[in-house]
Design a protein around this ligand. Structure first.
Ligand code: ZN
Length: 466
């Protein structure tokens, strides 16, 4: 099976150039000057994709999704089937989702349950991080065993007491274990114990609207938790990755750690770059559509997050895709914001939204590819199989039209959720075609993939450790 992607501009994290891409079976076999002699022979019997006027990108890698996640008495509304299809529509060819170890259960049981949910259902390739809800001697041993099976990152929570929350002592213990195996500790850094006090006080005052989700989770409690996570990681020597960083104060804690040579990294998400606390404060119950944690912040943080992406203090853009329908799911929190399931849909629009940053001069084209594809692949042990268009890499390729116009809407998106956080937003740039391991999944704007085509990815270690 041969495919020739001809006449486009290939953009990798290292730069952009006019090139033809030769694909045989599941892999890229050559990236050559346009029309090189080799191309003529190869074209015979190959499927030819005309990419003239288009960008040719390595498939995007979203290292933070929550398909089917049980949360707050309900489930995230995208299944592995619907969520990975939507991802493909948006140019994402790999997700790394979160398997959940429940309190009192072995990690193994959690991983097996999530492997079973994904198996045979995914349109694109997938891997797993492990959420650790219960740190004890048994689970610490299991962490080492899971690393050998390609689960090389473990997520802990300083938020959500009584659910996923770990004490500082438990975090320290898990980090000691990660130090030994080289696994990366991912951290949800918000001070959940303090937040719960503020939430109870707000509700007692009758402050029940969605916007109080934001006021009870102030910037300072993310900055404080981030600094604490950095300190615990420094003490233990564990690699640390702060998930969904949303504020200037938290960014400063990460920057300080990085300037001292610590293995500390962070991601942000499109919702923190494009949406704000104004959305959370929309009329009536509309704000519920924007409830996620950390909460959307005042607009003035956005410029700092873009700057962090340029300086590499923020290394990755992921989505934290965790959709809940407005009807019946977000509505669980009418009259009590603390009952609104936390999470936003986003897996479909990360590449397009961050491309607006390229158009606005916030990111260069190669940096755009780097934060969406190359760095997440390297950070989570998938590079160079994923994250680059180069000989030997998987043929995960996105043909991107940089001039196309589109308007985001729940009526046209492919995620299984009844609203869009970006309803009516006009964008320039759009995915035209997507190859996943050499097979067309999106063909000039039509879905031609199959569920079950996506394979489980056993991941190696973080490739940035110093
Ligand atoms: Zn998350």
């Amino acid at each position: 099976m041969r495919t020739l992607v001809r006449g486009g501009t290939v953009v990798n994290a290292t730069g952009a150039r006019a090139a033809d891409v030769l694909v045989e079976d599941e892999r890229v076999i050559a990236v050559v000057a346009p029309g090189a002699a080799l191309v003529g022979n190869f074209a015979d019997g190959a499927t030819v994709i005309d990419a003239s006027g288009r960008l040719v990108l390595p498939g995007a890698v979203d290292v933070h999704t929550h398909m089917e996640l049980p949360f707050g008495g309900t489930h995230a509304s995208d299944t592995f089937e619907t969520g990975t299809k939507a991802a493909a529509w948006g140019g994402t060819t790999t997700i790394v989702d979160f398997a959940v170890q429940r309190k009192g259960e072995p990690m193994r049981a959690g991983l097996d349950a999530w492997l079973a949910k994904a198996e045979g259902n995914c349109a694109i390739d997938y891997g797993f991080h492990m959420i650790v809800s219960d740190v004890n001697e048994q689970t610490c041993k299991e962490m080492d065993a899971l690393v050998g099976e390609g689960i090389t990152s473990f997520k802990l929570f300083m938020a959500y007491p009584g659910v996923f929350y770990s004490t500082d002592g438990e975090i320290l213990r898990a980090m000691q274990q990660a130090r030994g195996s080289g696994a990366t500790i991912m951290m949800h850094a918000e001070n959940g114990i303090a937040i719960d006090v503020l939430v109870a006080e707000a509700l007692a005052r009758g402050e029940t609207a969605p916007r109080f989700h934001g006021t009870t989770r102030p910037n300072l409690l993310e900055a404080e938790a981030t600094a604490r996570a950095v300190a615990l990681a420094k003490l233990t020597g564990a690699p640390l990755y702060i998930v969904h960083l949303s504020t200037t104060g938290a960014l400063e804690a990460v920057r300080e750690a990085r300037s001292q040579g610590q293995n500390a990294f962070a991601e942000t998400c499109p919702q923190y770059l494009f949406l704000s606390s104004d959305d959370l404060a929309r009329e009536g119950f509309e704000g519920a559509k924007y409830v996620c944690s950390p909460p959307l912040r005042p607009r003035e943080h956005q410029a700092n997050l873009w700057r962090g992406l340029r300086t590499d203090d923020l290394s990755v853009v992921s989505t934290d895709h965790c959709p809940f329908c407005f009807k019946e799911q977000k509505e669980l929190g009418r009259g009590d914001f603390s009952k609104i399931p936390n999470g936003l849909p986003g897996v479909e629009h990360r590449v397009d939204l961050t491309y607006q940053g390229v158009l606005a001069g916030e990111l260069t084209l190669p940096r755009w590819v780097e934060v969406n594809s190359a760095t997440p692949a390297r950070m989570f042990g998938l590079y160079p199989k994923k994250g680059v268009i180069a000989p030997g890499s998987d043929a995960d390729i996105v043909i991107y039209d940089p001039a196309a116009k589109q308007v985001i809407s729940a009526t046209t998106h492919h995620m299984n959720v009844d609203y869009s956080a970006y309803e009516g937003k006009e964008l320039t740039g759009r995915v035209r075609s997507v190859l996943s391991r050499g097979r067309l999944v999106i063909d000039d704007g039509r879905y031609v993939g199959q569920k079950g085509q996506g394979q489980f990815l056993a991941r190696g270690q973080n490739q940035y450790l110093i």
